[in-house]
Design a protein around this ligand. Structure first.
Ligand code: DGP
Ligand code: NA
Ligand code: NA
Length: 210
């Protein structure tokens, strides 16, 4: 049953995948569904472009500024760190966060440029670990066919292929891989089930980890 006490915590659920994998529309759909069920839930995304680090990242992605590969890596990480304590207090007070991208993007996209993977992981250590990572699996070729890419820096087929290879090495026990090529509603249904299972487990007192 779904009974829970007042001090049960929320869940940290991350959606990951290549550009155009469908994360943004699926995270929106999931949040709408969970809210309709009466759950306390918020939709977050990284990079959060509203903060000052986020604005630097946004300019970089739009090719309006140039930054050293390691400098931009650390900015993306800082953009997550500046939300760490708010994230913890939301989750501990019972709100679930559905997050469009997190540390896995941080490592996969920077490692795809050739940066050392362990170096890329280091600044993420100590951030709150998600309870669940839903990876929308789609080939780089198929993603590129979807209405084409925009003009942002990383939206290139060859680069996205490398990102996909790095994502594959990041798989761990918190991951659920779903087929990003499924019809939207079918995938939405699968994601709902997976997310609800996670939320229930967290309500029952699964500890938050780093
Ligand atoms: P989005 O707003 O989700 O479309 O993400 C913008 C782009 O930035 C997208 O190509 C993925 C990439 N990205 C997201 N997070 C990170 C990160 O932490 N590091 C790097 N290098 N790239 C990231
Ligand atoms: Na994008
Ligand atoms: Na997106």
């Amino acid at each position: 049953n779904t009974a829970h006490n007042d001090n049960s915590r929320g869940s940290l659920i991350v959606l990951e995948g290549l550009d155009r994998s469908g994360k943004t529309s699926q995270s929106n759909r999931l949040v709408t569904f969970l809210k309709e069920k009466g759950l306390s839930v918020e939709l977050w995304r990284f990079p959060d472009r509203s903060t000052s680090t986020g604005q630097m990242i946004s300019a970089y992605l739009a090719n309006e500024s140039q930054l050293d590969d390691r400098a931009i890596h650390l900015l993306f990480s800082a953009n997550r760190w500046e939300k760490r304590s708010l994230m913890e207090s939301k989750v501990m007070s019972g709100t679930s966060l559905i997050i469009d991208r997190y540390s896995y993007s941080g490592v996969a996209f920077s490692a795809a440029k050739g940066l050392d993977v362990e170096w890329c992981k280091a600044p993420e250590v100590g951030l709150i670990a998600p309870d669940l990572v839903i990876y929308l699996d789609i080939s780089a070729e198929k993603a590129a066919e979807r209405g084409g890419y925009g003009t942002e820096r990383y939206e290139r087929l060859e680069f996205q292929k490398k990102v996909a290879e790095h994502y594959r090495t990041l798989y761990d026990a918190s991951w659920k891989i779903v087929d990003g090529g499924l019809p939207v509603e079918t995938l939405e249904e699968q994601i709902r089930e997976i997310a609800l299972g996670c939320i229930l487990t967290c309500q029952k007192g699964k500890p938050l980890s780093k």
